[in-house]
Ligand binder design. Structure first.
Ligand code: GAL
Length: 922
């Protein structure tokens, strides 16, 4: 080790020691693959924050005047915008459009420096102590009723107001004069502004994007205490779903030396991908923040990466060393290419393996390593064929996708790695191979997961452009921020193997404004193409037609609902609103060379385990609670899970499948609206808290629809699924209770109490009139309920293939607890999701049980949240008491940080045998 290296590592150790030993800071290694080296550290800055929420503006600061500021006096306000805008400059291509730094900015005397909560001396000891990621709204209480600040659309949770976060930070001395300190915020909801020692240092308005603040000029060194104060300001009426609130993603402290790779500073792409070899192109940005000229050598080696452990494996290639000379305060780019022989390709999980590589770039000055920067990537070829669909590594891959919002159910918007991984595991079990990030940049770790688990991703950034969907949404800042948000988003995510396309907008109003809208579409898609010439650009269209000026601006035709037609089938005839026949053929004819998929299909609605009678004769019908067979209940606000009902503009899965199959192979597949239920947008009952759209409910429990998709997406999985449950009370005895079966079998026979109801072929029989047959479900619509059992046997090629029995359950007698993982890490993050079932004395789930349950834990952990998937349940997600919903509840258990040992979860309910479960925290 040279003297210089020794010095560097001493500094590094000292820094880590300060971060670790100070009671004010704790470092946790990142799940992401970034090297900590003597010259670069990356430390989570998630602990020891003090937080306070002010429901109304406490400090007369505003980013800019918004519609929700009507009750503030404009004269008394301090506008932060001029101080924040320069943060955008790094992401604005034309220097003529760069924002000037206002006079006095960065100085203690600037106009914002008198902000009380930003002052180092401010006494925050009375504030709440919080650990990030933190969503201040998720604990509630829910707003119930009408005329509330936040209604059903945004999840009835207290997202609004100003939140201040403060913490101290101690860094080592300036002895080598080299360290630069950055605060990297993965996302802050919203209008973040950051003060360091009382001086406004930066910020970022759009709550879903990641941003960096340079702390260096404002920090005190040599062990002195610094105070970081971060303000977020979250408006009402700013979103069509639950946005979350506060510092809801990870926050990092990154340190580098003078010469380093800047934020999102590498780009890796692959070309000429074949089994025998592929070419990897690499761009490395290099920055010299020091004063003198530096000669820098960039050496990059490529290693195999184990997706499970994150460990580097075999070295497979080395780029030719690039040399660059940088003056003080100069940035340059080096490019290099290398061939990899017999690459292990990245491909989606159903038929391929998500193999990954990591490019480790080392920057040398005077033969000493001054920075090490890792870039994970995959080697894959993706071809978008207008006639034949999507090809990955030469194989046609049907898109079996879902839309996912960013919330994690009962955990809210606060990002949690395990909770996200669990969602993807459940989706993989479904046969899903693709995710559309609707409609905003995800947490960076979610893309690490999709890379490692092999999902294809449409990465989407905006739900609105210039034209508003809500008074306080992104349209307010679109003019200033569309370019910087888009560029920084693409730079952050461009190396992810899973990302196959960029979506720059969802159902934007500009579809409706002809040429004016097309101009905006053109500008936005051109920026995206400039940032990434290798991936197609798209925007989802629920209105634009093939002959309008909007669609030609995009490389992929992404249709929301228009592919299978909107309000065009018989049950929708009387509804108001746009009507569209299935538009796949018209779009294909107008854009024969462009890939087409449905970025949103279905918008089907249901409540898990709820069955309403009579059942509609239609294969697809809008939910209404004014018709007996309308699928909705005006009192309970639940929707029937026969899975035939939809939003007014939607189509049942059966109808979607029919149109998709009629237009194979040029339709590349679909993204279902939606994979999981999510917070907010509770169509059709806005008195509720969460959606009815999911294939999976908010708690992660499978609705019946799950089996309809699974039998289509995993047709070789032997399964027959029967609905409804067979545990009705005396009121149903003798009543027509249709039995539907979801299966990939080609014939199914059903018996009720041993009496055959007939053996049926899919789509051929079982309907009671011409509108009811579906090629995707088996129906026995005339079955009469008697307690006992329903048996179903599926056949393929005439031979028995799968079978199931559904029995009438007895009285609720006890509880059964099942953990998704029985061992969890004691790191304050890791979770076990425990399913609670109400069971009869024989262990059958009691499918209508709604018993009030109570939970407690003993040992090194806590209950992070509870849920049951009931969209109408207004019990706080942090409550330890929760009613079962149709027999099920969920308890999310978290291991305590730094703790180990046995943890016991206990569940009780009146009249039920208590149950307990032991988990190991390690
Ligand atoms: C679409 C929209 C989605 C969601 C869905 C269901 O129009 O893009 O964000 O709102 O409808 O209502």
């Amino acid at each position: 080790m040279s003297l210089h290296q020794a010095l560097q590592s001493a500094i590094h150790l000292a820094l880590l020691a300060v971060l670790f030993l100070s009671p004010l800071a704790l470092a946790v290694p990142s799940p992401s693959h970034q090297h900590d080296t003597p010259s670069r550290t990356r430390t989570r800055l998630n602990t020891n924050w003090r937080f306070h929420r002010f429901p109304t503006n406490p400090d007369n600061l505003v980013y800019d005047i918004r519609p929700d500021h009507a009750n503030l006096s404009a004269d008394s306000l301090t506008i932060l915008k001029p101080y924040i805008l320069p943060a955008a400059n790094a992401f604005i291509a034309d220097p003529a459009n760069h924002h000037p730094v206002p006079a006095g900015a960065g100085a203690a005397a600037n106009s914002t420096s008198s902000v009380p909560f930003a002052q180092p001396a401010f006494d925050d000891t009375a504030w709440e102590q919080v650990t990030l990621p933190h969503d201040w709204a998720i604990a509630g209480p829910f707003y119930v009723g009408d005329n509330v600040p936040v209604g059903g659309g945004m999840g009835r949770l207290p997202i609004q107001g100003v939140g201040w976060y403060r913490r101290t930070l101690v860094v080592p001395g300036r002895s080598d004069g080299q360290q630069h300190y950055f605060l990297d915020v993965d996302g802050a909801m919203s209008y973040a502004a950051v003060w360091v020692n009382g001086i406004l240092a930066g910020g970022w308005p759009y709550g879903y994007n990641s941003f960096r603040v340079d702390l260096t000029p404002f920090l005190r060194r040599d062990g002195e205490e610094n105070v970081i104060a971060l303000r977020v300001d979250n408006p009402v009426q700013s979103s069509r779903w639950y946005p979350g609130a506060g510092l809801y993603r990870n926050v990092w402290l990154t340190t580098v030396g003078d010469v380093h790779v800047p934020f999102s500073g590498t780009a890796v792409t692959t070309r000429e991908v074949r089994r025998e070899g592929a070419v990897v192109d690499l761009v490395v940005n290099v920055e010299n923040r020091g004063e003198g000229r530096k000669k820098v050598e960039v050496v990059t080696e490529v290693y195999e990466l184990d997706g499970k452990t994150g460990r580097e494996g075999k070295k497979v290639a080395k780029f030719e060393t690039a040399a660059v000379s940088l003056k003080g305060a100069e940035k340059k780019t080096v490019t290099a290419s290398v061939a990899i022989r017999n690459p292990r390709l990245w491909g989606p999980w159903t038929s391929q393996k998500p193999n990954l590589y990591v490019a480790v770039s080392r920057l040398y000055v005077d033969n000493q390593v001054v920075d090490t920067y890792s870039t994970e990537f995959g080697v894959r070829s993706v071809v978008f064929d207008g006639n034949k669909g999507l090809f990955v590594n030469g194989e046609r891959v049907r898109i079996q996708g879902v839309n996912q919002h960013h919330d994690l159910g009962a955990l809210g918007a606060a990002f949690n790695y395990r909770a996200a991984e669990r969602q993807l595991e459940i989706l993989r079990d479904l046969g899903c191979n693709a995710i559309r990030m609707s409609h905003n940049p995800p947490a960076p770790e979610l893309l690490e997961l999709t890379d490692r688990m092999g999902f294809l991703v449409i990465n989407e950034i905006f739900d609105s452009w210039e034209l508003e969907k809500n008074p306080n949404d992104f349209h307010l800042i679109f003019a200033d921020w569309s370019e910087p948000d888009l560029r920084s988003f693409i730079r952050r995510d461009r190396n992810h193997a899973s990302v196959i396309a960029w979506s720059v907008g969802n159902e934007v109003g500009e579809q409706h404004t002809d040429e004016a809208g097309a101009v905006v579409a053109h500008r936005i898609s051109a920026i995206a193409r400039e940032e990434d010439p290798t991936r197609p650009i798209t925007a989802s269209m629920n209105f634009a037609k093939p002959d309008m000026p909007f669609p030609p601006n995009f490389d992929i035709i992404s249709l929301n609902y228009q592919g299978e037609g909107i309000r065009d089938s018989p049950a929708y005839a009387g509804l108001e609103g746009i009507k569209t026949s299935p538009l796949y053929p018209a779009f294909h004819e107008a854009f024969p060379s462009k890939l087409i998929f449905s970025s949103e299909t279905a918008a089907a609605l249901s409540s898990r385990g709820v069955y309403l009678f009579p059942v509609t004769n239609y294969t697809s019908a809008p939910v209404t609670d004014t018709l007996p067979s309308g699928g909705g209940n005006a009192t309970s606000h639940q929707v029937s899970a026969y899975e035939l009902h939809t939003a007014n503009f939607g189509s049942s899965p059966d109808k979607v499948f029919t149109t998709q199959d009629a237009h194979r192979p040029y339709v590349a597949g679909e993204f279902v609206w939606s994979g999981f239920d999510y917070l907010g947008e509770p169509t059709p009952y806005y008195s509720s808290r969460s959606s009815y759209f999911g294939i999976i409910d908010l708690a992660g429990f499978r609705k019946d629809r799950w089996y309809l998709y699974q039998s289509r997406w995993r047709p070789t999985l032997k399964s027959v699924h029967v609905l409804p449950h067979w545990s009705w009370g005396a009121e149903r005895a003798g009543q027509v209770t249709p039995v539907h079966v979801f299966s990939a079998a080609d014939e199914v026979e059903v018996w009720v109490n041993g009496v055959s109801q007939g053996r049926r072929r899919v789509g051929k029989e079982g309907g009671t009139n011409g509108t009811t047959t579906s090629s995707y479900r088996f129906r026995w619509d005339e079955v009469v309920y008697q307690p006992g059992e329903v048996r179903a046997v599926g056949y393929k090629g005439g031979r028995e293939w799968a079978r199931t029995v559904v029995k009438t359950a007895g009285e609720a007698a006890g509880l059964r607890l099942t953990a998704d993982r029985e061992r969890i890490e004691g790191d304050g993050d890791d979770l076990s999701f425990v399913t609670v079932e109400v069971v009869d004395k024989d262990g059958n789930v009691v499918p209508r049980a709604d018993t009030g349950l109570a939970f407690s834990v003993e040992g090194p952990g806590e209950i992070a949240a509870t849920d049951n998937g009931d969209a109408t349940d207004m019990t706080s997600f942090v409550s330890r008491e929760r009613k079962a919903f149709n027999g099920l509840a969920l308890v999310v258990v978290r291991g305590k940080s730094g703790a180990k040992g046995k943890l016991t979860l206990k569940a009780t309910g009146p009249g039920l045998n208590a149950a307990q479960l032991t988990l190991r925290v390690q």
